[in-house]
Design a protein around this ligand. Sequence first.
Ligand SMILES: Nc1ncnc2c1ncn2[C@@H]1O[C@H](COP(=O)(O)OP(=O)(O)O)[C@@H](O)[C@H]1O
Ligand SMILES: O=C(CO)[C@@H](O)[C@@H](O)COP(=O)(O)O
Length: 554
Amino acid sequence: MCAKYAIGVDYGTESGRALLVDIADGTEIATHVTPYPHGVMDEKLPDGTGLGPDWALQHPDDYLEVLRRSVPAVLREAGVNAGDVIGIGIDFTACTMMPLDERGVPLCLKPEWSGNPHSWVKLWKHHAAQEEANKLNAIAEQRGETFLARYGGKLSSEWMIAKVWQIVNEAPEVYAQTDLFMEAADWVVMQMTGNLVKNSCTAGYKAVWHKEQGYPSNEFFAALDPRLETLTETKLRGGIAALGSKAGELNAELAEAIGLRPGIAVAVGNVDAHAAVPAVGVVTPGKLVMAMGTSICHLLLSEKEVTVEGMCGVVEDGIVAGYYGYEAGQSAVGDIFAWYVDEAVPEYVRQAAQEEGTGVHQWLERQASAYAPGEIGLLALDWWNGNRSVLVDADLSGLIVGLTLQTKPEEIYRALLEATAFGTRRIIEAFHQNGVEVNELYACGGLPQRNRLLMQIYADVTGREIKIADSTQTAALGAAMFATVAAGAEEGGYATIVEAAEKMARVREESFKPIPEHSAVYEQLYENYLKLHDYFGRGGNRVMKTLKTMKRHT
Ligand SMILES: Nc1ncnc2c1ncn2[C@@H]1O[C@H](COP(=O)(O)OP(=O)(O)O)[C@@H](O)[C@H]1O
Ligand SMILES: O=C(CO)[C@@H](O)[C@@H](O)COP(=O)(O)O
């Protein structure tokens, strides 16, 4: 029997990556990365229109460009016959949303709207809707809305409702013109199939949709703003399908543009981090998967539904059917290290790295590895992009304590790595304290492959062994696995994602194990991290808020 293949496309923050896999055993045959031509627009639109603080936009055509460039590239590299590819699946950052007209065209692509920032795609890390999120949470709490408990008590400014409300408040003309607000994941699937099919994962985690209860009531939306009253029936309308469902078949036009066979199965979209879970072989409770890249998403399955402070949501069947899927996260991790390398390292570090023919991250990692835990005398809060879990507050910011005239760049780098590990430990404890067990840790995403010191620190700080995904494109592998399920057994795919995971997922043999002497020191540092965390994060000291307000209004 000839081999069959599936393609997964992972839409990250900076780029999209296609992966072509052999569905028999998950062997990764070819991969290709397309950086988004417009990247993340956080200062200005393509026409030069300036953006305010905390904005982050994208260009929707960049997503199609990923298909146009990366899909033919993997087919070429693999030398595979397009006729043997049985399906394609995608995963996306989320909530990454955009306003569309009645033909499904993003408003930003229409000349009359392209100068209006609100007509563009709001990327997951667009954080300018925090005021809306604050009001939304206050109103939901006042009304005793039960959905709040499913989101750890607070909805985030990163999600659909806050983002839509910001548009209503700041650009009512864009809101009026919008026929549909759509997750980018669903929009790309619609471009591939011509069908309006929304996926249950983004709807559940990012738009407060529930399998039995649907969206929050019209009364709730009317209490936010009368203009939002019928939002879910109108501008958020559309059928919602479970993960692994077939959204439709690849249409002839796009099939030709990207070199695939028309009519192959297209799976409903998925969230990037969630797609990665079965791709590391996790299909049962107690195993926390950390998708570590620009940010970290923490994903966990459980048989029970409980409230955990600051989690980004618990959604039934939200990751793997049959379980409650929990998500928590840190809004910046790799992004903090990138900030330090791009904006704050002294020139001599850059030069030293260059002279040694190595990267700045690698140089800093090597130097930072020479220190024992505690030796740098620094402690940082990992809030460079706000705090997603457990405080759910995008207005919090970064902090480093202990700086002196002797502080070296590699010490600051190490403090930043450690801060993100403490943030993860805080999340693990929140789960544990609420009876959702975390027995094993799995890591995937770009960071585990790139920074060994970071992974050792995570093992030491959490006191747990960390298993590493075998794939370098875990989310794309997960998307390809869901594509095999969408194609179905009759096409040579799999009946369930559990079956696909058994055949296609793997972790590496090498893992990172905690070193007891390190863990003992980190125990002490973590206690101090918690003091700073609660002092700055729970209202004891409001200086971060004051600075943010002054920045916004000056
Ligand atoms: N050696 C390194 N050490 C730590 N962080 C790194 C290193 N190399 C790159 N990064 C960071 O990794 C992040 C990208 O992660 P990746 O998983 O590839 O992408 P994405 O988050 O878009 O899916 C960026 O924030 C980048 O700054
Ligand atoms: O928020 C989510 C998932 O819920 C992510 O899409 C977001 O953190 C971005 O992930 P990356 O860091 O780009 O992998």
